[in-house]
Design a protein around this ligand. Structure first.
Ligand code: AMP
Length: 440
Protein backbone atom coordinates (compact mmCIF):
# COMPACT_ATOMS: atom_id res chain seq x y z
CA UNK A 1 0.00 0.00 0.00
CA UNK A 2 1.25 3.51 -0.85
CA UNK A 3 2.30 5.60 2.11
CA UNK A 4 0.02 8.65 2.42
CA UNK A 5 1.69 11.93 1.56
CA UNK A 6 0.79 15.57 2.14
CA UNK A 7 1.27 16.24 -1.57
CA UNK A 8 -1.77 14.06 -2.26
CA UNK A 9 -4.00 16.19 -0.03
CA UNK A 10 -5.82 19.00 -1.87
CA UNK A 11 -4.52 21.74 0.41
CA UNK A 12 -3.83 25.31 -0.75
CA UNK A 13 -0.35 25.89 -2.21
CA UNK A 14 0.88 28.16 0.65
CA UNK A 15 0.11 25.34 3.08
CA UNK A 16 2.03 22.79 1.00
CA UNK A 17 4.93 25.22 0.93
CA UNK A 18 4.90 25.58 4.74
CA UNK A 19 4.73 21.81 5.18
CA UNK A 20 7.71 21.31 2.88
CA UNK A 21 9.71 23.88 4.83
CA UNK A 22 8.80 22.12 8.06
CA UNK A 23 9.90 18.79 6.56
CA UNK A 24 6.49 17.27 7.08
CA UNK A 25 6.19 14.65 4.36
CA UNK A 26 3.84 12.03 5.73
CA UNK A 27 0.58 12.88 7.45
CA UNK A 28 0.09 11.12 10.78
CA UNK A 29 -2.86 8.67 10.97
CA UNK A 30 -5.14 11.26 12.59
CA UNK A 31 -4.24 13.75 9.84
CA UNK A 32 -4.87 11.20 7.09
CA UNK A 33 -8.32 10.48 8.48
CA UNK A 34 -9.41 13.88 9.73
CA UNK A 35 -8.25 16.30 7.04
CA UNK A 36 -10.24 15.08 3.97
CA UNK A 37 -13.71 15.21 5.62
CA UNK A 38 -13.01 18.67 7.00
CA UNK A 39 -11.95 19.84 3.56
CA UNK A 40 -15.41 18.69 2.44
CA UNK A 41 -17.01 20.76 5.18
CA UNK A 42 -17.92 17.90 7.52
CA UNK A 43 -17.85 18.04 11.32
CA UNK A 44 -15.32 15.71 12.92
CA UNK A 45 -15.17 14.03 16.27
CA UNK A 46 -11.76 12.56 16.89
CA UNK A 47 -10.24 10.44 19.58
CA UNK A 48 -6.56 11.29 19.67
CA UNK A 49 -3.92 11.95 22.26
CA UNK A 50 -1.51 14.86 22.31
CA UNK A 51 1.55 13.95 20.28
CA UNK A 52 -0.38 12.33 17.45
CA UNK A 53 -0.37 15.48 15.30
CA UNK A 54 -3.96 16.44 16.06
CA UNK A 55 -3.24 20.19 15.97
CA UNK A 56 -2.31 20.08 12.28
CA UNK A 57 -5.27 17.74 11.75
CA UNK A 58 -7.62 20.65 12.46
CA UNK A 59 -5.40 23.67 11.71
CA UNK A 60 -4.59 22.69 8.11
CA UNK A 61 -8.17 22.31 6.83
CA UNK A 62 -9.25 25.48 8.64
CA UNK A 63 -6.37 27.45 7.14
CA UNK A 64 -7.23 25.98 3.75
CA UNK A 65 -10.84 27.21 4.00
CA UNK A 66 -9.70 30.66 5.15
CA UNK A 67 -7.23 30.91 2.27
CA UNK A 68 -9.99 30.18 -0.25
CA UNK A 69 -12.23 32.84 1.21
CA UNK A 70 -9.97 35.70 2.29
CA UNK A 71 -11.92 38.38 4.11
CA UNK A 72 -10.89 41.06 6.50
CA UNK A 73 -12.11 40.00 9.94
CA UNK A 74 -14.66 42.45 11.26
CA UNK A 75 -13.80 44.47 14.40
CA UNK A 76 -14.55 42.58 17.59
CA UNK A 77 -15.07 39.34 15.71
CA UNK A 78 -13.21 36.10 14.95
CA UNK A 79 -13.72 33.66 12.09
CA UNK A 80 -12.20 30.68 13.90
CA UNK A 81 -12.52 29.87 17.59
CA UNK A 82 -10.36 27.19 19.20
CA UNK A 83 -11.11 26.41 22.84
CA UNK A 84 -8.40 24.67 24.86
CA UNK A 85 -8.35 23.68 28.53
CA UNK A 86 -5.04 25.36 29.40
CA UNK A 87 -3.06 28.48 28.64
CA UNK A 88 0.00 26.45 27.64
CA UNK A 89 -2.00 24.51 25.07
CA UNK A 90 -3.55 27.74 23.80
CA UNK A 91 -0.07 29.19 23.23
CA UNK A 92 1.00 26.03 21.44
CA UNK A 93 -2.06 25.92 19.22
CA UNK A 94 -1.55 29.60 18.37
CA UNK A 95 2.05 28.84 17.40
CA UNK A 96 0.90 25.96 15.22
CA UNK A 97 -1.52 28.20 13.33
CA UNK A 98 1.33 30.69 12.73
CA UNK A 99 3.66 27.88 11.67
CA UNK A 100 1.32 26.25 9.18
CA UNK A 101 -0.16 29.54 8.04
CA UNK A 102 3.17 31.37 7.64
CA UNK A 103 2.53 32.04 3.92
CA UNK A 104 -1.03 33.21 4.45
CA UNK A 105 -1.78 36.69 5.62
CA UNK A 106 -3.92 35.77 8.59
CA UNK A 107 -4.09 37.14 12.08
CA UNK A 108 -4.45 35.22 15.29
CA UNK A 109 -4.99 36.21 18.90
CA UNK A 110 -4.74 34.40 22.20
CA UNK A 111 -7.09 34.88 25.09
CA UNK A 112 -6.33 33.27 28.46
CA UNK A 113 -6.38 34.16 32.11
CA UNK A 114 -3.56 34.97 34.51
CA UNK A 115 -2.32 37.95 32.49
CA UNK A 116 -3.62 41.44 31.82
CA UNK A 117 -6.62 41.46 29.54
CA UNK A 118 -5.77 44.79 27.87
CA UNK A 119 -3.52 43.55 25.04
CA UNK A 120 -6.08 40.79 24.37
CA UNK A 121 -8.94 43.28 24.22
CA UNK A 122 -6.89 45.50 21.90
CA UNK A 123 -6.19 42.60 19.52
CA UNK A 124 -9.85 41.60 19.50
CA UNK A 125 -10.99 45.13 18.80
CA UNK A 126 -9.30 44.97 15.40
CA UNK A 127 -10.88 41.59 14.67
CA UNK A 128 -8.91 38.37 14.11
CA UNK A 129 -9.01 35.40 11.80
CA UNK A 130 -8.14 32.82 14.44
CA UNK A 131 -8.88 33.17 18.13
CA UNK A 132 -7.44 30.57 20.51
CA UNK A 133 -8.86 30.83 24.01
CA UNK A 134 -9.35 29.17 27.34
CA UNK A 135 -13.02 29.21 28.31
CA UNK A 136 -12.87 31.26 31.53
CA UNK A 137 -11.20 34.40 30.17
CA UNK A 138 -13.17 34.19 26.94
CA UNK A 139 -16.40 34.20 28.89
CA UNK A 140 -15.19 37.17 30.95
CA UNK A 141 -14.46 39.13 27.78
CA UNK A 142 -17.79 38.14 26.25
CA UNK A 143 -19.60 39.34 29.35
CA UNK A 144 -17.73 42.64 29.15
CA UNK A 145 -18.82 43.00 25.52
CA UNK A 146 -15.24 42.96 24.21
CA UNK A 147 -16.08 40.56 21.42
CA UNK A 148 -18.91 38.99 19.57
CA UNK A 149 -19.00 35.40 18.37
CA UNK A 150 -21.70 35.72 15.73
CA UNK A 151 -19.10 35.53 12.93
CA UNK A 152 -17.47 32.25 13.95
CA UNK A 153 -17.33 29.88 10.98
CA UNK A 154 -15.10 27.20 12.53
CA UNK A 155 -15.15 25.94 16.10
CA UNK A 156 -12.57 23.57 17.59
CA UNK A 157 -12.97 22.02 21.02
CA UNK A 158 -9.59 20.60 21.91
CA UNK A 159 -8.89 18.10 24.71
CA UNK A 160 -12.53 17.94 25.74
CA UNK A 161 -11.83 15.28 28.36
CA UNK A 162 -9.41 17.68 30.07
CA UNK A 163 -11.99 20.45 29.90
CA UNK A 164 -14.41 18.18 31.70
CA UNK A 165 -11.76 17.26 34.29
CA UNK A 166 -11.02 20.91 34.91
CA UNK A 167 -14.63 21.92 35.31
CA UNK A 168 -14.80 24.16 32.25
CA UNK A 169 -17.66 22.57 30.49
CA UNK A 170 -20.30 24.92 31.87
CA UNK A 171 -18.30 27.85 30.55
CA UNK A 172 -18.06 26.11 27.18
CA UNK A 173 -21.81 25.60 27.09
CA UNK A 174 -22.39 29.28 27.88
CA UNK A 175 -19.97 30.28 25.14
CA UNK A 176 -21.74 27.97 22.68
CA UNK A 177 -24.96 29.95 23.11
CA UNK A 178 -23.22 32.88 21.43
CA UNK A 179 -22.09 30.87 18.42
CA UNK A 180 -23.98 30.73 15.14
CA UNK A 181 -25.62 27.38 14.36
CA UNK A 182 -24.13 27.41 10.87
CA UNK A 183 -20.51 26.54 11.41
CA UNK A 184 -18.07 23.67 11.08
CA UNK A 185 -17.10 22.02 14.35
CA UNK A 186 -14.23 19.73 15.26
CA UNK A 187 -13.97 18.05 18.62
CA UNK A 188 -10.92 16.20 19.90
CA UNK A 189 -10.59 14.21 23.06
CA UNK A 190 -7.97 11.71 24.24
CA UNK A 191 -10.71 9.47 25.60
CA UNK A 192 -14.34 9.21 24.52
CA UNK A 193 -16.29 8.76 27.74
CA UNK A 194 -20.10 8.92 27.93
CA UNK A 195 -19.71 12.49 29.21
CA UNK A 196 -17.63 13.45 26.17
CA UNK A 197 -20.26 11.84 23.94
CA UNK A 198 -22.95 13.97 25.53
CA UNK A 199 -20.95 17.10 24.76
CA UNK A 200 -20.41 15.87 21.23
CA UNK A 201 -24.17 15.38 20.70
CA UNK A 202 -24.71 19.04 21.53
CA UNK A 203 -21.85 20.49 19.54
CA UNK A 204 -21.17 18.50 16.39
CA UNK A 205 -23.61 17.67 13.61
CA UNK A 206 -23.50 14.31 11.87
CA UNK A 207 -19.77 14.07 12.56
CA UNK A 208 -17.25 11.81 10.91
CA UNK A 209 -15.98 9.78 13.84
CA UNK A 210 -12.31 9.03 13.93
CA UNK A 211 -10.63 6.80 16.41
CA UNK A 212 -6.98 6.22 15.88
CA UNK A 213 -5.58 3.14 17.51
CA UNK A 214 -1.97 3.60 16.48
CA UNK A 215 0.14 0.54 15.66
CA UNK A 216 2.10 1.44 18.70
CA UNK A 217 0.22 3.49 21.24
CA UNK A 218 2.34 6.26 22.69
CA UNK A 219 2.76 4.55 26.08
CA UNK A 220 4.08 1.41 24.45
CA UNK A 221 6.95 3.34 22.92
CA UNK A 222 8.06 4.35 26.40
CA UNK A 223 10.46 2.34 28.49
CA UNK A 224 8.74 2.52 31.86
CA UNK A 225 10.49 1.75 35.12
CA UNK A 226 9.69 2.11 38.78
CA UNK A 227 12.29 2.71 41.50
CA UNK A 228 11.60 1.64 45.05
CA UNK A 229 13.42 4.32 46.99
CA UNK A 230 13.23 5.95 50.40
CA UNK A 231 11.98 9.53 50.41
CA UNK A 232 15.34 10.92 51.58
CA UNK A 233 17.12 9.23 48.66
CA UNK A 234 14.89 10.58 45.92
CA UNK A 235 17.05 13.64 45.17
CA UNK A 236 20.33 11.67 44.93
CA UNK A 237 18.49 9.17 42.71
CA UNK A 238 17.21 11.94 40.45
CA UNK A 239 20.74 13.32 40.24
CA UNK A 240 21.96 9.84 39.31
CA UNK A 241 19.42 9.56 36.46
CA UNK A 242 20.14 13.03 35.11
CA UNK A 243 23.90 12.71 35.26
CA UNK A 244 24.32 9.19 33.91
CA UNK A 245 23.39 7.17 30.86
CA UNK A 246 21.95 8.34 27.57
CA UNK A 247 19.81 10.87 29.41
CA UNK A 248 22.97 12.86 30.11
CA UNK A 249 23.44 13.64 26.40
CA UNK A 250 23.56 17.33 25.59
CA UNK A 251 20.32 17.35 23.58
CA UNK A 252 18.45 15.53 26.35
CA UNK A 253 15.68 17.14 28.30
CA UNK A 254 14.25 15.81 31.52
CA UNK A 255 10.77 16.64 32.74
CA UNK A 256 10.25 15.99 36.45
CA UNK A 257 6.79 15.86 37.98
CA UNK A 258 6.14 16.95 41.52
CA UNK A 259 2.78 16.65 43.22
CA UNK A 260 2.86 20.03 44.89
CA UNK A 261 3.71 23.57 43.87
CA UNK A 262 5.97 24.01 46.87
CA UNK A 263 7.66 20.66 46.14
CA UNK A 264 8.31 21.66 42.51
CA UNK A 265 9.88 24.97 43.56
CA UNK A 266 12.03 23.39 46.27
CA UNK A 267 13.21 20.58 44.02
CA UNK A 268 14.18 22.94 41.21
CA UNK A 269 16.21 25.09 43.63
CA UNK A 270 17.91 22.00 45.04
CA UNK A 271 18.87 20.78 41.56
CA UNK A 272 20.41 24.17 40.80
CA UNK A 273 22.54 23.96 43.94
CA UNK A 274 23.70 20.53 42.75
CA UNK A 275 24.86 22.07 39.49
CA UNK A 276 21.90 20.84 37.43
CA UNK A 277 20.24 23.79 35.70
CA UNK A 278 16.51 23.62 36.12
CA UNK A 279 13.37 25.72 36.09
CA UNK A 280 10.04 25.09 37.79
CA UNK A 281 6.54 25.67 36.47
CA UNK A 282 3.48 25.55 38.67
CA UNK A 283 0.29 27.42 39.38
CA UNK A 284 1.88 29.92 41.79
CA UNK A 285 4.01 31.37 39.01
CA UNK A 286 2.78 34.11 36.75
CA UNK A 287 1.91 33.19 33.19
CA UNK A 288 4.93 35.16 31.97
CA UNK A 289 7.30 33.28 34.28
CA UNK A 290 5.81 29.94 33.23
CA UNK A 291 6.19 30.76 29.56
CA UNK A 292 9.78 31.94 30.07
CA UNK A 293 10.66 28.71 31.90
CA UNK A 294 9.04 26.65 29.17
CA UNK A 295 10.91 28.55 26.44
CA UNK A 296 14.27 28.04 28.19
CA UNK A 297 13.49 24.34 28.44
CA UNK A 298 12.26 24.11 24.87
CA UNK A 299 15.40 25.82 23.54
CA UNK A 300 17.59 23.50 25.62
CA UNK A 301 19.05 26.31 27.74
CA UNK A 302 17.94 24.47 30.87
CA UNK A 303 17.90 20.69 30.56
CA UNK A 304 15.51 20.02 33.44
CA UNK A 305 11.99 21.30 34.01
CA UNK A 306 10.18 20.55 37.26
CA UNK A 307 6.42 20.80 36.87
CA UNK A 308 3.13 20.15 38.55
CA UNK A 309 0.39 18.46 36.55
CA UNK A 310 -1.67 21.54 35.79
CA UNK A 311 1.34 23.51 34.60
CA UNK A 312 2.53 20.63 32.45
CA UNK A 313 -0.71 20.10 30.54
CA UNK A 314 -0.28 20.60 26.87
CA UNK A 315 3.52 20.83 26.99
CA UNK A 316 4.83 19.71 23.63
CA UNK A 317 8.59 19.84 23.70
CA UNK A 318 10.67 17.72 21.39
CA UNK A 319 13.56 15.69 22.81
CA UNK A 320 12.10 15.04 26.23
CA UNK A 321 14.12 11.89 26.67
CA UNK A 322 13.24 11.24 30.29
CA UNK A 323 10.14 11.83 32.37
CA UNK A 324 10.60 11.39 36.11
CA UNK A 325 7.67 10.99 38.44
CA UNK A 326 9.42 12.32 41.53
CA UNK A 327 6.09 11.71 43.22
CA UNK A 328 3.67 9.23 41.74
CA UNK A 329 0.32 10.74 40.80
CA UNK A 330 -2.65 9.42 42.75
CA UNK A 331 -4.83 9.47 39.65
CA UNK A 332 -3.98 6.62 37.33
CA UNK A 333 -4.67 8.30 33.99
CA UNK A 334 -2.51 11.26 35.04
CA UNK A 335 0.39 8.80 34.97
CA UNK A 336 -0.25 8.07 31.29
CA UNK A 337 -0.64 11.75 30.53
CA UNK A 338 2.65 12.58 32.28
CA UNK A 339 4.75 9.89 30.65
CA UNK A 340 3.24 10.79 27.26
CA UNK A 341 5.37 13.98 27.36
CA UNK A 342 8.24 11.79 26.20
CA UNK A 343 8.20 9.66 23.02
CA UNK A 344 6.67 12.54 21.02
CA UNK A 345 6.19 12.10 17.29
CA UNK A 346 8.37 9.19 16.15
CA UNK A 347 10.84 9.08 19.02
CA UNK A 348 11.13 6.58 21.84
CA UNK A 349 11.14 7.64 25.46
CA UNK A 350 12.01 6.69 29.01
CA UNK A 351 9.87 7.22 32.11
CA UNK A 352 10.97 6.53 35.66
CA UNK A 353 8.70 6.66 38.69
CA UNK A 354 9.98 7.00 42.22
CA UNK A 355 7.92 5.05 44.70
CA UNK A 356 8.54 5.39 48.41
CA UNK A 357 6.82 3.41 51.13
CA UNK A 358 3.74 5.67 51.18
CA UNK A 359 2.98 5.31 47.48
CA UNK A 360 2.77 1.56 46.96
CA UNK A 361 -1.03 1.79 46.77
CA UNK A 362 -0.83 4.45 44.04
CA UNK A 363 1.61 2.26 42.11
CA UNK A 364 -0.75 -0.70 42.27
CA UNK A 365 -3.61 1.45 41.03
CA UNK A 366 -1.56 2.70 38.08
CA UNK A 367 -0.52 -0.85 37.19
CA UNK A 368 -4.13 -1.99 37.26
CA UNK A 369 -5.07 0.91 35.00
CA UNK A 370 -2.29 0.02 32.55
CA UNK A 371 -3.28 -3.64 32.70
CA UNK A 372 0.31 -4.70 33.43
CA UNK A 373 3.09 -4.27 35.93
CA UNK A 374 5.89 -1.74 35.55
CA UNK A 375 9.48 -3.01 35.38
CA UNK A 376 11.42 -2.44 38.60
CA UNK A 377 14.86 -0.88 38.28
CA UNK A 378 16.69 -3.00 40.81
CA UNK A 379 20.07 -1.86 39.49
CA UNK A 380 19.75 1.73 40.61
CA UNK A 381 22.03 2.70 43.52
CA UNK A 382 19.22 3.49 45.98
CA UNK A 383 17.06 0.46 45.35
CA UNK A 384 15.29 -0.59 48.55
CA UNK A 385 13.91 -4.10 48.35
CA UNK A 386 12.24 -3.73 51.76
CA UNK A 387 9.90 -1.04 50.40
CA UNK A 388 8.89 -3.36 47.59
CA UNK A 389 7.77 -5.91 50.12
CA UNK A 390 5.86 -3.38 52.21
CA UNK A 391 2.95 -3.17 49.82
CA UNK A 392 -0.62 -3.56 51.11
CA UNK A 393 -1.75 -7.08 51.97
CA UNK A 394 -4.16 -7.33 49.00
CA UNK A 395 -1.25 -7.26 46.59
CA UNK A 396 1.44 -8.79 48.75
CA UNK A 397 3.37 -11.53 47.04
CA UNK A 398 2.58 -10.28 43.56
CA UNK A 399 5.70 -8.76 42.06
CA UNK A 400 5.19 -5.39 40.49
CA UNK A 401 6.49 -6.52 37.12
CA UNK A 402 4.03 -9.39 36.91
CA UNK A 403 0.88 -8.77 35.04
CA UNK A 404 -1.95 -8.24 37.52
CA UNK A 405 -5.48 -9.26 36.55
CA UNK A 406 -7.96 -6.52 35.70
CA UNK A 407 -10.47 -7.90 38.22
CA UNK A 408 -13.38 -5.64 37.34
CA UNK A 409 -11.32 -2.52 37.89
CA UNK A 410 -13.00 0.63 36.70
CA UNK A 411 -10.38 3.18 35.66
CA UNK A 412 -12.90 6.02 35.90
CA UNK A 413 -13.20 5.44 39.61
CA UNK A 414 -9.47 5.95 39.92
CA UNK A 415 -9.93 9.67 39.31
CA UNK A 416 -10.97 10.07 42.88
CA UNK A 417 -8.42 7.64 44.19
CA UNK A 418 -6.82 8.08 47.56
CA UNK A 419 -3.85 10.35 47.97
CA UNK A 420 -1.16 10.80 50.54
CA UNK A 421 -2.42 13.17 53.20
CA UNK A 422 0.61 15.49 53.00
CA UNK A 423 0.45 18.60 50.91
CA UNK A 424 -3.13 18.44 49.62
CA UNK A 425 -3.65 22.19 50.01
CA UNK A 426 -0.54 22.77 47.93
CA UNK A 427 -1.76 20.59 45.09
CA UNK A 428 -1.72 22.19 41.69
CA UNK A 429 -4.77 20.44 40.31
CA UNK A 430 -7.99 22.35 39.82
CA UNK A 431 -10.26 19.32 39.82
CA UNK A 432 -13.93 20.24 39.58
CA UNK A 433 -14.71 19.56 43.21
CA UNK A 434 -11.90 21.87 44.36
CA UNK A 435 -12.92 24.87 42.27
CA UNK A 436 -15.76 27.19 43.03
CA UNK A 437 -15.35 29.45 40.06
CA UNK A 438 -13.14 27.86 37.47
CA UNK A 439 -11.46 30.49 35.42
CA UNK A 440 -8.30 29.94 33.45
P1 AMP B 1 0.37 17.54 18.32
O1 AMP B 1 -0.17 16.16 18.57
O2 AMP B 1 -0.49 18.33 17.44
O3 AMP B 1 0.70 18.21 19.63
O4 AMP B 1 1.78 17.38 17.52
C1 AMP B 1 2.89 16.73 18.05
C2 AMP B 1 4.21 17.12 17.35
O5 AMP B 1 4.31 16.47 16.08
C3 AMP B 1 4.36 18.60 17.09
O6 AMP B 1 5.67 18.97 17.44
C4 AMP B 1 4.18 18.75 15.59
O7 AMP B 1 4.95 19.83 15.08
C5 AMP B 1 4.67 17.41 15.07
N1 AMP B 1 3.96 16.95 13.84
C6 AMP B 1 2.63 16.97 13.64
N2 AMP B 1 2.33 16.42 12.44
C7 AMP B 1 3.48 16.04 11.88
C8 AMP B 1 3.82 15.39 10.64
N3 AMP B 1 2.89 15.00 9.77
N4 AMP B 1 5.14 15.16 10.39
C9 AMP B 1 6.10 15.51 11.28
N5 AMP B 1 5.84 16.11 12.48
C10 AMP B 1 4.56 16.37 12.77
Amino acid sequence: MNKPSFEALPLAAPLHRALRELNYTTPSPIQTEAIPPQLEGRDVMGCAQTGTGKTAAFALPILHHLSLDPRRPRPGRARVLVLTPTRELAVQVGESFSKYGRHLRLSHALVYGGVSQHPQVKALRRGVDVLVATPGRLLDLLEQGCLELGGVEFLVLDEVDRMLDMGFIHDVRRISKELPAKRQTVLFSATITPEVQRIARDFVRDPVRIEISPDQPVVEKIHQQVCHVRGENKIPLLEHYIKTGSDAESSARTLVFSRTKHGAEKLSKKLNTLGIRSEAIHGNKSQGARQRALDLFRKGRVPVLVATDVAARGIDVKNITLVVNFDLPDVADTYVHRIGRTARAETLGHAVSFCDGTQIGDLRQIERYLGHGIEIDEGQPFHDGELMRSRPSASRGQPSHRRPGRGGFDPRRSRFGRGTPAGRGDRDRPARHYRKNPRS
